[in-house]
Design a protein around this ligand. Structure first.
Ligand code: NAD
Ligand code: TYD
Length: 339
């Protein structure tokens, strides 16, 4: 089986490459990534050094390179994760989000269709559904109502993929997961940022009243769900993927748990100005993937968070290097005028 993973040097993509290599050792995996600020070859370096996975540096918006790759390798399965993924960056500048997430996805599905890829898995987000009130869950038929430019670009890409299923009988499934956490997570998102800031004795900038709610999915559970969708998911279908029943928490509680696990004082918490149009709550109904594909998240939140904290403790050089580079100017820009 020849498999392409796009965005393979990013957080979820690199975890997926490790997971697929472990679970399907006979598969020939190509890891594709442009290595933007969020891509880091160190995330998959052990597999690359041992020649177990091959790497292609490519831009998914470059149709010539993408077509040449598909013509050469004739992939059976494509897992598409390459994207601009951070809401705060999309608020600063939306252009790259439209280019990579919408145009890049169109280039990939054109190539996958032309070169007869048997299964295309498009990895999307629950953020396409918008914001929930205090009760209820997003189902796969909840109307799309994205808030941020990031979520809008993902919604557009989902619709483009689904249009190919309807128009061309393209065999793709779309997955919409909740917030992931785990190893190799770039320290601009809440959990890795707060873990590493706390380890450095720096402030934890909690947006608004800290009561926005997210549902947390351990990344390895997500990878397991993606493999199920690749092997058994139906064409043209959307599958929500979410965490264990204890995974839904306000940011304030997640911050408390991280602080407690690291033995830090509550003085580290710094309430800061809110994100514009900050979605209040995300939570997904995962009945469909459970009933159809037999998938359920396995990792309770506290257990996954403890593992994650331990990983960041054991891999300080990985994140210290990231935080010392161009990351600093982003951090300054995002946090300096929040008050
Ligand atoms: P990430 O930002 O860590 O990784 C994205 C990767 O894509 C990076 O390695 C980057 O270099 C690469 N990339 C960006 N532009 C590219 C281009 N033009 N060509 C090729 N590669 C390019 O993101 P992530 O958190 O791993 O997310 C992966 C996917 O999962 C995304 O599609 C995201 O929308 C989706 N998702 C993520 C989460 C989450 O909690 N992290 C939740 C829901 C959905
Ligand atoms: P984030 O990890 O950026 O994911 P998303 O916005 O895609 O859900 O943020 C998770 C939650 O944490 C979200 O409600 C915003 C909040 N947040 C903070 O309070 N402070 C921060 O510094 C960051 C990055 C996020």
């Amino acid at each position: 089986m020849k498999v392409l993973v796009t965005g393979a040097a990013g957080f979820i993509g690199s975890n997926l490459v490790h997971f697929l290599h472990r679970e399907r050792p006979s598969w020939k995996i190509t890891a594709l990534d442009l290595l933007t600020y969020a891509g880091n070859l160190k995330n998959i370096s052990t597999l690359l050094d041992e020649g177990r996975v091959s790497f292609e540096k490519a831009d998914i918006t470059d149709s010539e390179s993408i077509n040449a790759l598909f013509e050469r390798d004739k992939y059976d399965i494509v897992f598409h994760l390459a994207a601009e993924s951070h809401v705060d960056r999309s608020i600063m500048s939306a252009r790259e989000f439209v280019s990579t997430n919408v145009m890049g996805t169109q280039v990939l599905i054109d190539a996958a269709y032309k070169y007869k890829v048997a299964k295309f898995v498009h990895i999307s987000t629950d953020e396409v559904y918008g914001s929930l009130g205090p009760t209820g869950f997003f189902t796969e038929s909840t109307p799309l109502d994205p808030t941020s430019p990031y979520a809008a670009s993902k919604a557009a890409s989902d619709l483009m993929v689904l249009s190919f299923c309807k128009t061309h009988n393209f065999n793709a499934s779309v997955t919409r997961c909740t917030n992931n956490y785990g190893f190799y997570h770039f320290p601009e998102k809440l959990i890795p940022l707060f873990i590493t800031n706390a380890m450095e004795g720096k402030k934890l900038p909690l947006y608004g009243d800290g009561m926005n709610v997210r549902s947390w999915l351990f990344v390895e559970d997500h990878c397991d769900g993606l493999l199920r969708v690749a092997e058994k998911g139906r064409a043209g279908e959307v599958y929500n993927i979410g965490g264990t029943p204890d995974c839904e928490l306000p940011n304030r509680d997640v911050t408390f748990m991280i602080r407690e696990m690291l033995g830090k004082s509550k003085d580290l918490i710094q309430p800061v100005g809110d994100r514009p149009a900050h979605d209040r709550r995300y939570a997904v109904d995962t009945t469909k993937i459970k009933n159809e594909l037999g998938w359920e998240a396995k990792t309770p939140f506290k257990q996954g968070l403890e593992k994650t904290v331990a990983w960041y403790n054991a891999n300080r050089s990985w994140w210290e290097e990231i935080k010392s580079g161009q990351y600093r100017s982003y951090y300054e820009k995002n946090y300096s005028n929040r008050g």
